[in-house]
Ligand binder design. Structure first.
Ligand code: HEM
Length: 459
C-alpha cells in the first residue's frame, strides 16, 4: 500500500544551538544530553575535527566517509573506548566486546541463526507479544494518557525472554529479570566521567553497586536457562538459545565455549531488547502525529492479515508498516552514534588521525542532514519507497551500522518491530498529548526523556 502524503508533521527534537558550544557550556550540555551540543552547523558539515586535552576527536557525518570508517578501513580500527568500558565488565567474551579472531569465529558461528529463514519460526512469539501489548493498551479507559515506553519494553522483553532464556519462568522470576535488565541499562550504561575519560573502575560511581548486582542477576538467569535446556534438550527448537548452542564456525567447526554462550545471551539481551522497544515507541509517536498514516497502517494490516495474527508470510506485504519503522529509526536512531578508535595513524578526508583518537559516526546527524535528505525534519515514511530511494548513498541511513560489525540482529529486530507494531495499531488509535514536550535524550540509546505519554483509544 502506498500513501504518499506531504503531511507536514515535524516531530519534536532538540533545537540545535546556533554556534558550537565552548568550554564549560559544552561540558555542561554534554553531561545533560549529548544531543544538546549538536549545533546547527554540524548538520551541514561532512566532517569535524576537535583537538582537546591532547586527544583528537573526529565527528563523521558524510555517508561516504562513514563507509570508509565502518567498511573500507574497518581493519584499521577497533571498537570505541566508551562502549567497551560499559559492556566489557558484564559480558567480555561476547559478540559486542571481542575483537580480532575471537570475534570473527563467533560472528561466523552465529550469523546463520540470524538469516531470515532461520528466524521465521520466531514470528509467532513476536506476534503473541504484540497481541498482548495491543490488548493491554486497548483495555485502558478511553482517551487515557499512557506512557507507552514500558509497554513496548515489556513486549520486546517477552520476545527476548522466550527466545533466549528458555521461556518457562514464574511470574516472580520474570519480574526479577525485568528489573535487573532495567537497572543494568539505567545504571551500568550511564555516561559519567569514569566511562567517558576511562578513569579507574574502582572509583565510586552513582549506581555502581546496583549495576553490578543487576549484571550478576542477569548472568544467573542466562546460566539457569542454559542448564534447563541441557537437562531437557530440545534439538528441534528454533529459538535463539538453541541456535547459540548449535552454532559452529564453518571454517573451524568450533562452537562457543561456556563463557561465550553466557556472554552472548547477555549481549543479545543488552543489544536487542531496549533498542527495538525504542524503535516501536518512536514509531507510535510519529503515527500519533499523523492520523491518516496511522489509519493507512491499520488498513494495511487488516487487508494483509484479515482478523488472524501476523505470520511471517504476511511480513513482505506489511510494507507501509515497515517504512514507518525505517522512518522512525531515521529520525530517532536507537543507537545514535557509533564509535571507533584507530589502531594506527591513518588519514580521513585529508586529516591525520593518530591511534587512540575518538572517531564517531554521527548517525543521528547524518540522518537529519539536508545534505543527504529532502525535508529532513519531516516525518515521511514514503521516502523509503524504492523509487524515492534511488541515488541515496547506502550509508545515509544506517541505524544498524555498516561493515563487518553491522548489527547481527537487524532482521530479527525488523521482523519483531513490524509484527508488534502491526498487532498494536490494529487494536488501538494513538494520539498526541496536547502540550507535552517530546525530548530525545542520549543515554547510550536514544530515549524519550520522561517516557512517551500518548492518548490511547481502543478501535
Ligand atoms: C532496532 C533494534 C536495533 C538497533 C537499532 C541496533 C543497532 C545496532 C548497531 C548500530 C550496531 C553496530 C555497532 C557498531 O558498529 O559498533 C549493532 C551491533 C550489534 N547488534 Fe544490534 N541493534 C538492534 C537490535 C539487535 C538485536 C535484536 C540483536 C540480537 C538479538 C542485536 C545484536 C547486536 C550485536 C550482537 C551487535 C554486535 C555485532 C558485531 O560487532 O559483530 N541487535 N546493533
Amino acid at each position: 500500500m502506498i500513501v504518499s502524503m506531504a503531511n507536514g508533521f515535524i516531530p519534536q527534537t532538540i533545537v540545535p544551538p546556533r554556534a558550537p558550544l565552548r568550554n564549560f557550556a559544552f561540558f555542561a550540555a554534554a553531561a545533560r544530553n549529548v544531543l544538546e551540543v549538536l549545533d546547527k552547523g554540524i548538520f551541514e558539515t561532512r566532517l569535524r575535527v576537535v583537538d582537546f586535552a591532547g586527544r583528537r576527536s573526529v565527528a563523521v557525518m558524510d555517508p561516504a566517509l562513514i563507509e570508509q570508517v565502518l567498511l573500507d578501513d574497518a581493519s584499521l580500527y577497533k571498537r570505541g573506548n566508551v562502549q567497551q568500558r560499559i559492556f566489557e565488565p558484564v559480558f567480555p567474551k561476547g559478540l559486542l566486546t571481542t575483537e580480532g579472531e575471537v570475534w570473527k569465529r563467533q560472528r561466523r558461528a552465529a550469523a546463520p541463526s540470524f538469516r531470515t529463514t532461520a528466524l521465521e519460526g520466531l514470528v509467532p512469539v513476536m506476534s503473541r507479544a504484540g497481541v498482548d501489548a495491543g490488548r493491554a493498551l486497548a483495555q485502558l479507559t478511553a482517551s487515557e494518557t499512557t506512557d507507552i515506553l514500558p509497554h513496548m519494553t515489556r513486549a520486546t522483553f517477552d520476545v527476548i525472554r522466550q527466545t533466549l532464556l528458555g521461556g518457562d519462568h514464574s511470574a516472580a522470576s520474570q519480574a526479577e529479570l525485568f528489573v535487573a535488565i532495567e537497572e543494568f541499562i539505567t545504571y551500568g550504561a550511564r555516561l559519567d566521567p569514569v566511562l567517558i575519560l576511562g578513569l579507574p573502575r574502582w572509583l565510586p560511581r552513582p549506581g555502581k553497586r546496583r549495576a553490578e548486582r543487576a549484571g550478576q542477576a542477569m548472568r544467573a538467569f542466562a546460566k539457569a536457562g542454559l542448564d534447563v535446556r541441557r537437562a531437557q534438550p530440545q534439538p528441534d527448537s528454533q529459538d535463539l538459545l538453541q541456535a547459540l548452542l548449535d552454532a559452529r564456525d564453518p571454517q573451524t567447526g568450533l562452537g562457543l565455549d561456556e563463557d561465550e554462550l553466557v556472554d552472548n545471551i547477555l549481549t543479545f539481551i543488552a543489544a536487542g531488547h531496549e533498542t527495538t522497544a525504542l524503535a516501536l515507541t518512536w514509531s507510535l509517536y510519529l503515527l500519533a502525529g499523523v492520523p491518516d498514516i496511522q489509519e493507512a497502517v491499520a488498513a494495511e494490516v487488516s487487508a494483509t492479515c484479515g482478523t488472524a495474527s501476523v505470520t511471517h508470510g504476511n511480513l513482505p506485504d506489511l510494507q507501509l508498516t515497515e517504512r514507518v519503522i525505517k522512518e522512525a529509526m531515521r529520525l530517532y536512531p536507537p543507537a545514535p552514534f557509533i564509535q571507533r578508535t584507530p589502531n594506527t595513524t591513518l588519514t580521513l578526508d585529508g586529516y591525520t588521525i593518530p591511534p587512540g583518537s575518538n572517531v564517531t559516526c554521527m548517525i543521528y546527524v547524518t540522518q537529519r542532514s539536508p545534505l543527504y535528505w529532502d525535508r529532513p525534519a519531516e516525518f515521511d515514511p514514503d521516502r523509503f519507497l524504492p523509487e524515492r530511494s534511488q541515488g541515496r548513498h547506502r550509508f545515509a541511513w544506517m541505524p544498524f551500522g555498516g561493515g563487518p560489525h553491522t548489527c547481527i540482529g537487524m532482521r530479527f529486530a525488523m521482523m519483531e518491530a513490524v509484527t508488534i507494531l502491526a498487532e498494536i495499531v490494529r487494536r488501538v488509535r494513538v494520539g498526541l498529548v496536547p502540550g507535552h514536550q517530546v525530548i530525545p535524550i542520549q543515554r547510550v540509546t536514544l530515549r524519550p526523556q520522561g517516557g512517551m505519554p500518548l492518548l490511547i483509544k481502543a478501535r
